[in-house]
Design a protein around this ligand. Structure first.
Ligand SMILES: Cc1cc2nc3c(=O)[nH]c(=O)nc-3n(C[C@H](O)[C@H](O)[C@H](O)COP(=O)(O)O)c2cc1C
Length: 337
């Protein structure tokens, strides 16, 4: 990973410093770019909220070789980790690889390691087209996330997403705040409950709603028929001054756990972070920015190396907290919880 990160630092010059800890401080306000919006506080809160969660070490048990695997939305995964949807390699990362190379690296690397990657959406259209092409080439192994466009564009893209063979399709409803898209004549916006129901019932595969930060929105997502939700503030890129997702997650889990698959993203960097999110109520996590450096620095192989690292860290943290399987990651592994 050292070489991968070094190469990424060279290729992302001016866009990402590939900091030792990716926490949003050095890139505050850099949107477009790799940072968080405004003061960068929402991105930073994601990282600091997770850092403030600490483990109980438990060693008198038999969980010597933990099982990191799980089943999520009908898919067996080697661990509860997904690559988050990320689009715009040129204007966010410096464009030293193409959007297609990025999608192939991230989603292909995920398949190699038994997990699943997502693809993002945006303007120009080749962002989502690249993701669709990769998912199709991988026989449907990927989750396309479509922006909350207005009707015609939304339904057309959802139909295209299903046609890739993907058995799960998502929408990042939190992109409703991207005024830049509206200014470009491509409006996105929030969706009232009845509209969301229509959208979800239109899609013949499982539907995941990304950008849920409150128990009320989580309940509405369940009412609308979502199979999964992602507790996410879009990596702090749409609204300044939100709580970290690790802070929002427990109340969301208390409201809808067991009724819908609960995913979370924001600031997850290590296998220890993955375990913390599971203990706070998630069924799986998404990781964003670290996949950008892994893909830029080492393409599909770099992504595989990063996933190996996360899996090793997760197994280590499970041993030291006494979790034989990911289902054992409850509140009791957290200090003071
Ligand atoms: C450069 C960049 C582009 C992104 N593009 C999208 C996108 O197209 N669709 C989407 O749902 N989320 C997008 N996101 C948000 C990520 O999916 C994810 O929520 C966020 O990166 C998680 O935080 P982390 O990077 O701290 O792990 C983007 C994030 C970044 C940094």
């Amino acid at each position: 990973m050292k070489d991968v990160r070094k190469r990424a630092r060279e290729l992302m010059t001016g866009y990402c410093k590939v900091c030792p800890i990716c926490n949003g401080k050095a890139c505050a306000g850099e949107v477009p770019g790799m940072g968080g919006l405004g003061t960068g506080s929402s991105f930073m809160s994601n990282v600091s909220a997770l850092a403030s969660v600490r483990f109980n070490m438990r060693l008198i048990h038999g969980a010597e070789i933990p099982d990191t695997s799980t089943t999520l939305l009908g898919r067996k995964l080697s661990m509860p980790v997904l690559a988050a949807p990320i689009g715009g390699v040129s204007f966010n990362m410096g464009g030293k690889i193409t959007e297609q190379e990025y999608c192939d690296a991230v989603l292909g690397g995920c398949v190699d390691k038994g997990v699943i990657g997502c693809c993002g959406d945006g303007v120009p259209p080749f962002i989502i087209e690249s993701g669709f092409a990769t998912i199709q080439a991988l026989g449907g192994a990927g989750i396309p996330f479509i922006k909350p466009w207005e009707d015609k564009e939304l339904y057309e893209k959802l139909d295209r997403a299903v046609a890739t063979g993907a058995d799960v399709v998502g929408m990042d409803i939190d992109a409703a705040g991207l005024v830049t898209l509206r200014l470009m004549g491509r409006p996105v916006g929030p969706k009232p409950l009845d509209k969301l129901k229509d959208i979800i019932s239109h899609v013949p595969v499982k539907f995941v709603l990304k950008g849920v930060m409150t128990p009320d929105d989580a309940k509405r997502a369940v009412d609308a028929g979502a199979a999964g939700i992602v507790v996410s503030n879009h990596g702090g890129r749409v609204l300044d001054h939100t709580p970290g997702t690790a802070e929002a997650l427990p109340a969301v889990a208390a409201a809808v756990k067991g009724q819908v698959a609960i995913l979370v993203d924001g600031g997850v960097r290590t296998g220890g972070d993955v375990l913390k999110m599971l203990a706070l109520g998630a069924d799986a996590v998404m990781i964003g920015r670290p996949f950008c450096t892994a893909a830029l620095g080492g393409l599909r192989e770099g992504v595989g190396k990063y996933l190996d690292q996360v899996r090793g860290e997760l197994a280590q943290a499970m041993i030291l907290t006494g979790c034989a399987s990911v289902a054992d990651a409850g509140r009791d592994i957290l200090f003071g919880a």
